[in-house]
Design a protein around this ligand. Structure first.
Ligand code: GLN
Length: 480
């Protein structure tokens, strides 16, 4: 086996045993990227040449010499950060996102910044000013989004782990489409400092990896209090240590009653049955919870809030402070118009316009304020449900990844496919997207949800399921 083919914890063992050196690991990952990238197009900016210089720094730190990539909405000091938009131009942030700073200080090596839907708005990785990314399991299909570049990079074996962000499913959905594990942590578990905001009350940074144990290791490094993010937890000290002696005996795992009548592609329905059986064999009790408000209103509530927050967050891109600008405008109004007309893509523009309408003083009560009330009901519904069960098992998406370019004509339908992921963000819960097996060449993922701050327990449950399903293989990346 070549170094790039190992999982994160295997890499660390082999580096420690000197079976290969950080330089050999780096070359192996770089060669893998060089051979697959023309098929996958995961990168917006490659930084491997500068990364090479970091190889021998911090030899005793926990991730010394391990290559990684970051979704391009995570700020990296002195390295172009685009959020996959033209409006940020050639902007090089003057600081690092806290989560990246933690990994960098732990010795991780940055291979580059990877593709996403512009400002994290979308679920295909096709709304990028840099063109689409392909799914390494089948390059005619989308990798999912918005963190499609991060999921594709881990799936294709470019790097053993990566970071992405999840506002309404953007870690869990691409993880499932690409056949890797992805965790959307509890809101406040990982600092958002240096994450380019989309919907600030929903956004959360989290990891992708090819084993659950690797997610545990990354979480143990990035889940910590950060004074730079006022929504970051202070009192919690989560323990992400990997343990083999974990059990699901007597734990309750619920299915959502209202979701049972919704259509799922056959491989996803089969995966649900397979995982139910695994859980029962492990001594868990399968039950049911009722989430009527979520089933009926979560999608509308999420999009009303996400668009309202996005329109405020994106107001700062005006050509004055940073990013793309025009020098020959005759006045400020013309400058704003020209910068934003050119700089934002059509999905972002339509969401800014919708967000502006939803929060206008005359309509605000009826839409934005109403949505915040529905959000409270949704959070309460989950709290009640978690009084009756330890976890909820549900799909990530109703179907397997579509072909690139074959995305639904009706945009609202695309929004509806987020039904299984976005309620988790509305309530600030953790959600684990896990691999269950393959349907032909395509991986099939499912999702386990827990109450707030149950991230360590969720990952322990993931470890148990992974023992039965096996970890995903590295995808062929379009190579013959
Ligand atoms: N698809 C959802 C949206 O477009 C979620 C995106 C995300 O989680 N960043 O808003």
């Amino acid at each position: 086996m070549q170094p790039f083919e190992y999982n994160l914890h295997e890499i660390l063992e082999k580096l420690a045993a000197k079976e290969f050196s950080p330089a050999e690991l780096f070359e192996s990952c770089k060669n893998r990227i060089d051979s697959c990238e023309k098929n996958i197009h995961a990168f917006i900016t490659r930084t491997d040449e500068t990364a090479k210089a970091q190889l021998d720094k911090n030899p005793s730190s926990p991730l010394a010499g391990v290559p990684t990539v970051l979704k391009d909405n995570l700020c990296t000091k002195g390295i172009r950060t685009t959020a996959a938009s033209k409006i940020l131009g050639n902007w090089k942030p003057p600081y690092d996102a806290s989560a990246w700073k933690d990994l960098r200080e732990a010795g991780a090596i940055l291979m580059g910044k990877v593709n996403m839907d512009e400002f994290a708005m979308g679920n295909t990785c096709g709304n990028s000013a840099f063109g689409p990314t392909a799914n390494p399991n089948d390059i005619s299909r989308v990798p999912g989004g918005s963190s499609g570049g991060s999921a594709a990079a881990v799936s294709a074996g470019y790097v053993p782990f990566a970071l992405g962000s999840d506002t309404g499913g953007s870690i869990r959905q691409p993880a499932s489409y690409c056949g890797v594990y992805g965790l959307k942590p509890t809101y406040g578990m990982v600092s958002r400092y240096g994450l380019i905001s989309y919907g600030s009350s929903l956004d959360q940074i989290g990891p992708f990896a090819r084993t659950v144990r690797d997610l545990q290791l990354v979480m143990s490094l990035i889940a910590k209090y950060d004074p730079m993010d006022s929504s970051c937890f202070r009192e919690k000290h989560p323990d992400f240590t990997h343990r083999e002696d974990v059990s699901l005996k007597g734990k309750k795992v619920a299915l959502v009653k209202e979701f049972q009548s919704f259509t799922l592609d056959a491989p996803i329905a089969e995966a649900m049955n397979k995982v139910k059986k695994i859980l029962e064999d492990e001594g868990a009790i399968i039950t049911e919870v009722s989430l009527p408000v979520i089933a009926r209103y979560a999608v509308a509530c999420y999009y009303a809030l996400a668009m309202s927050e996005a329109h405020t967050n994106l107001e700062r891109y005006d050509g004055v402070r940073l990013g793309y600008t025009v020098k020959d405008a005759t006045g400020i109004k013309e400058m704003f118009e020209r910068v934003r007309s050119y700089g934002f893509g059509s999905e972002v523009k339509s969401r800014i316009i919708a967000g502006t309408c939803l929060t206008e003083p005359v309509r605000c009560e009826e839409y934005y304020v109403a949505a915040t009330k529905v959000r409270t009901l949704i959070a309460q519904e989950f709290t009640r449900a978690f009084g009756e069960t330890d976890f909820i098992l549900q799909p990530v998406t109703p179907s397997l990844p579509p072909k690139i370019g074959e995305v639904d004509e009706d945009e609202l339908k695309g929004y509806e496919t987020d039904l299984y992921t976005l309620p988790v963000n509305l309530a600030g819960l953790p959600g684990l997207s896990f691999f269950t097996g393959y349907s032909d060449t395509l991986p099939v993922g499912l999702q386990l949800i827990g109450p707030r701050w149950s991230d360590p327990e969720l990952l322990n449950a993931g470890v148990i399921i992974e023992r039965h399903t096996g970890s995903p293989k590295i995808a062929n990346g379009g190579l013959k």
